[in-house]
Design a protein around this ligand. Structure first.
Ligand SMILES: [Cu+2]
Length: 700
């Protein structure tokens, strides 16, 4: 049942190097690498004026909500001191300051207190990045944009779906707006208004672009920002004299993204600007992706165009909070970290190692850094804490399996598996790390060794010190010590002297207190009032099979699609986004989905509107036929999730209740589908765009 991806990966790794030079023609490699950047010379940008801006609500009271005036603009920012120029970016700006800043402006909201965002599209007519117009819906104005609050419980007209885009002159559907653009503001062309009820527990969310055919590019260009929701339960854990969870002063958001920067100018920009791949490198010539015969339903339109989408993009430079290889100084005490993987396609398997004494800026793999305690994920608090305490001998103090049940390929990148803290695109982890036993002067490296693509891996996407020179197969030269491109050494943590009073809590006491019944179990219950864990055996629960599929599009390119267990096309369960909706439910419906992944990749499947609970996973023989009982989810997959990794060869069982939010205005139906139109999709952005997304329609 494993499909082409796995097959091509193994054959291309084994065979590409030999096959390349059969002809006399030397191919000019399309894949670009970032210039050399020194690691760990700039501080991590924090929240605030000198880092990631925080949005200011205006005083205009409207429906009792905080009101924010934002714009989407093009601007420049220096992403690393060694880059030859500031980078041209697209991003959101708070119109009360007019000062853009990467990943800003972060909106800080409180539970039960709605937010209205009014966004003015001020993007220039030309896109920053190479734009493939052959994708469904991608032939519209290049500067269309829309905001989706990722993780929000939002009325569909404010959800920012693919067809709710609008241009700088857009006034409504068909007039500079997509067919679902119903949240324009009368008399204000190019402006949309979004209403966020904030009827959810404390969590880190983010808002980002979701326009049909340009989501992957708009997000890569920078149209993504943070959204922090607080609630009284979390406040009670983080406040007081000796809070169990580190207070805000010791809380650090860490938003990880990978980017590549142009080393040389091209028609889309100058050195230092963002680089994004646009040539479909068939593995028959240059060895990155398979090129096949169009699957059923796709007319054969010949080879890919000169500017083409690509199956997925793994860039070479990890940024945290918009800075490449930053340095974070910590005192010897506990800190709380809010991780978000905001990457296009890259997964991160995160660990801490002490820095090597002999090779500065490189990890000492024999010396593990402090353990992690995870207390939350995308859906807020976990029902109990989960420790990630990897030891150099490969054992775990509190083992978190993250096991792939069915993947039987040799793991090229991390042969020691299983994984430590693994985060797919859009996943979040709310962590506590205790540095109190570390003497000032200690240095740690935040380290990633997840394969890319996950889990199969292609060595050309894995940049680490001393790696092999892969220029002959279209990869990078060997990575130099102390310099990027390096996708493994993400950040240096330097321990400095204690400034405030001693932290009364340390790892063990924190873990024990969080584990006790009046720790996280109670906080979890209190933060989900009236929202008990869902019961798959409850009355009127629907049980359905879904599928994840890989096929070939009209140009022979790999295409990823979502489907059911019924074939619409003759050779795949996959359906296109534009095919009629198959996920149509009434408000309040509880559904169990068994999602069969028939591809060779893990897909982080994300649903709008609702959070889901993971019931388990199992290998399978065929779609609809799981092998044996379901294994329970990983400990940090309990609680509520809105992005769930679904592994190759496995069926993942989730349960979800679709409940429309209560809002103080009438919500019209979608002109496109006649209901409250949301989507569910893979959050590998190149998959989502082509075409791993389906409508999710909720009827009253
Ligand atoms: Cu995917």
């Amino acid at each position: 049942m494993f499909t082409r991806r796995e097959f091509i990966k193994t054959t291309s790794l084994a065979g590409t190097g030999l096959a390349l030079f059969k002809g006399s023609e030397r191919t000019a490699w399309a894949f670009s690498q970032s210039p050399l950047l020194r690691k760990f010379i700039s501080p991590l940008p924090g929240l605030g004026a000198n880092g990631v801006p925080v949005a200011n609500p205006s005083k205009i009271a409207f429906l009792g909500a905080d009101f924010y005036r934002l714009a989407a603009v093009q601007y420049q920012q220096q992403m690393h001191p060694d880059l030859p120029n500031p980078t041209n970016l697209w991003g959101y700006v708070d119109r009360t300051t007019g000062k853009p800043g990467y990943l800003g402006p972060v909106i800080v909201a409180e539970r039960g207190h709605p937010v209205i965002v009014q966004m003015k599209n001020m993007l220039p007519a030309q896109h920053l990045l190479p734009l493939d117009t052959t994708l469904d819906g991608a032939d519209g104005p290049p500067n269309r944009a829309v905001i989706h609050l990722h993780g929000g419980h939002t009325p569909w007209t404010s959800d920012g779906g693919p067809y709710a885009w609008f241009t700088p002159t857009g006034t409504g559907p068909g007039n500079g707006g997509g067919v679902d653009f119903l949240n324009g503001v009368a008399g204000m062309p190019g402006v949309a208004q979004y209403f966020y009820p904030n009827d959810q527990s404390a969590r880190l969310m983010w808002y980002h672009d979701h326009a049909m055919g340009t989501t992957r590019l708009n997000a890569y260009a920078g149209l993504a920002s943070g959204y922090l929701l607080s609630d009284p339960v979390m406040d009670s854990l983080t406040s007081g004299n000796a809070p169990l969870v580190p207070p805000l002063a010791y809380t650090v958001p860490l938003i990880i993204q990978d980017k590549s920067f142009k080393a040389v100018a091209d028609q889309w920009g100058r050195p230092g600007d963002l680089w994004y791949p646009y040539q479909y490198e068939s593995n028959e010539t240059t060895g990155r992706w398979d090129l096949g015969t169009p699957s059923d339903g796709f007319p054969n339109l010949g080879p890919p165009s000169a500017v083409s989408c690509v199956p997925e993009f793994f860039a070479d430079t990890p940024l945290i909070n918009g800075e490449a290889y930053p340095v974070l100084q910590v005192e010897p005490r506990r800190y709380r970290f809010l991780f978000l993987n905001g990457s296009q396609a890259r997964f991160y398997n995160l660990s801490l190692f002490y820095e090597s004494q002999t090779s500065p800026k490189e990890p000492n793999f024999k010396s593990d850094g402090p353990a992690f305690i995870q207390i939350g994920n995308e859906g807020g608090l976990l029902p109990y804490p989960v420790a990630f305490a990897k030891k150099s001998n490969g054992t775990y103090v509190n083992k978190n399996s993250n096991q792939l049940l069915a993947y039987d390929e040799e793991d090229e990148v991390n042969p020691d598996g299983p994984y430590n803290l693994l985060l797919a695109p859009a996943e979040r982890a709310d962590l506590i790390i205790d540095f109190s036993n570390l003497p000032p002067g200690s240095k740690l490296i935040l380290y990633n060794d997840a394969p890319a693509p996950f889990p199969g891996g292609d060595t050309r996407n894995d940049y680490f010190t001393g790696d092999a020179d892969q220029t002959s197969i279209g990869g990078a030269p060997s990575t130099l010590p102390g310099f990027g491109p390096n996708t493994r050494t993400l950040m240096e943590i330097q321990v400095v002297a204690l400034k405030g009073s001693r932290d009364p809590w340390e790892f063990a006491s924190t873990y024990n207190a969080l584990s006790s019944s009046n720790g996280l179990p109670l906080a979890y219950k209190l933060s989900h009032p009236g929202e008990p864990d869902l019961d798959p055996n409850g009355p009127n629960v629907l049980h359905e099979n879904k599928t994840l599929n890989e096929d070939f599009d009209s140009y022979g390119r790999l295409i990823q699609r979502v489907g059911t267990d019924q074939m619409l096309y003759t050779d795949s369960y996959g359906r296109n986004y534009m095919d009629p909706a198959t996920e149509v439910y009434h408000n309040g419906q509880v559904v169990v989905w068994d999602v069969y992944n028939t591809t060779g990749d893990t897909h982080p499947m994300h649903i709008h509107l609702a959070n889901m609970q993971v019931l388990g996973k199992a290998p399978y023989t065929d779609v609809g036929i799981p092998d044996g009982p379901f294994a329970p989810p990983d400990p940090n997959y309990r609680g509520w999730k809105e992005t769930v990794r679904m592994n190759p060869g496995e069926v993942t069982r989730v349960i979800v209740k679709f409940t429309l939010p209560k809002v103080p205005f009438a919500v019209p139906p979608s002109p496109r589908t006649g209901g409250n139109e949301y989507v569910w999709h893979c959050h590998i952005l190149e998959h989502e765009e082509h075409d791993m997304m389906r409508p999710l329609v909720i009827l009253p």
